[in-house]
Design a protein around this ligand. Structure first.
Ligand code: A3P
Length: 319
């Protein structure tokens, strides 16, 4: 880096070192503007706040990590590009969804902001940043957000498995209970989860044309209806001919857990997340709802449900 950049980097890391520290195992977070941001991702979050230039027609896929990001990326990408690529020869058949919809924090982390700049409009991008941390340029422009949330208990279980699978083998495993405590305290990545969810929920109520709020479990129950809703929201509703031709069902099938999990592109290859290498198959573990029952006692579940209920009270949202 040039001398001035090196000085800025130093100032940034000095500042970060003053922030409260949390998280679990090797996944350390720092409390920044009310949220616990992954330590390693914090410089890129700050750069996005300062430098990212959204375009008015940008569409963002947003989630608290492990809430169904991969699935929503696939569905959004397939729906938006369906006239560009025939579904039988779609890029999703040969690329991992994370290669089709790039994550902003990750690109900035790798110094690849130019990759985002080079994408033709309209862009589909992904982000995990909480709504209140987004720069004004994003919240006040006409770009739109599709948000997915999931039962916090399944989200935590999914996150713990993911972190264990991607943990450098030189590091000690994290007992589930340790992750559970950090999650309840809200210090796991981009936590507290309920605040993350609540901010996007409130904005979806205030400005339904700006934020579409989806739930993982409802998408599992009724994928066709949700894909229709998504298509309307992003301004490309299905035509009568498409409906008759079963295009919605085809998209649902293409993006289903079974289909994606078994593709060669998702059984092999890697993604470079901030500070780690992640194999593509790590994004397709078990799928579905209720795996928390295999990891938590009824008391633990009650405690986590209780926290979420209390935080979401009066919001009209249940998780
Ligand atoms: P589990 O670990 O419970 O299996 P994210 O994409 O936000 O990282 O979330 C990952 C979770 O979504 C994992 O949950 C993964 O199995 C599940 N998932 C991935 N692709 C999916 C799909 N097409 N349909 C449903 N769930 C999917």
């Amino acid at each position: 880096p040039k001398p001035q950049e090196a000085q800025e980097d130093q100032e940034c890391s000095d500042f970060i070192s003053t922030l409260p520290r949390g998280g679990w195992g090797p996944i350390r977070t720092r409390k920044y503007q009310g949220f616990w941001v992954l330590e390693i991702a914090l410089p890129s979050v700050m750069t996005i706040q300062k430098n990212f230039k959204p375009r008015p027609d940008d569409l963002f896929v947003v989630s608290y990590p492990k809430s169904g990001t991969t699935w929503l990326k696939a569905i959004t990408f397939a729906t938006k590009t369906r006239t560009q690529y025939p579904l039988s020869h779609h890029p999703l058949l040969s690329l991992n969804p994370h290669d089709c919809v790039l994550n902003l924090e990750e690109c900035f982390h790798k110094g690849q902001a130019s990759k985002i700049e080079a994408l033709p409009s309209p862009r589909i991008l992904a982000i995990h940043m909480p709504y209140s941390l987004l720069p004004d340029s994003m919240t006040s422009s006409s770009c739109r957000f599709v948000y997915i949330c999931r039962d916090p208990k399944d989200t935590l279980v999914s996150m713990w498995h993911f972190r264990e699978k991607t943990r450098p083998k030189t590091m000690e495993p994290t007992p589930f209970i340790e992750a559970f405590e950090a999650f309840c305290e809200g210090t796991s990545a981009v936590g507290p989860m309920w605040d993350h969810v609540l901010e996007y929920w409130r904005e979806s109520q205030r400005r339904p044309e700006k934020v579409l709020f989806l739930k993982y479990e409802e998408m599992m129950d009724e994928p066709v209806g949700k894909v229709r809703r998504l298509a309307e929201f992003i301004g490309c509703p299905f035509s009568e001919a498409e409906e008759k031709g079963g295009v919605v069902q085809e998209i649902v099938k293409l993006c289903s857990f079974e289909k994606l999990k078994n593709l060669e592109a998702n059984k092999t290859g890697t993604q470079g997340g901030p500070g780690m290498v992640v194999t593509n198959d790590s994004f397709f573990r078990k799928g579905g709802a209720g795996d928390w029952k295999n990891h938590m006692s009824p008391e633990m579940a009650q405690r986590l449900d209780g926290i979420a209920q209390q935080k979401l009270r009066e919001s009209g949202l249940t998780l």
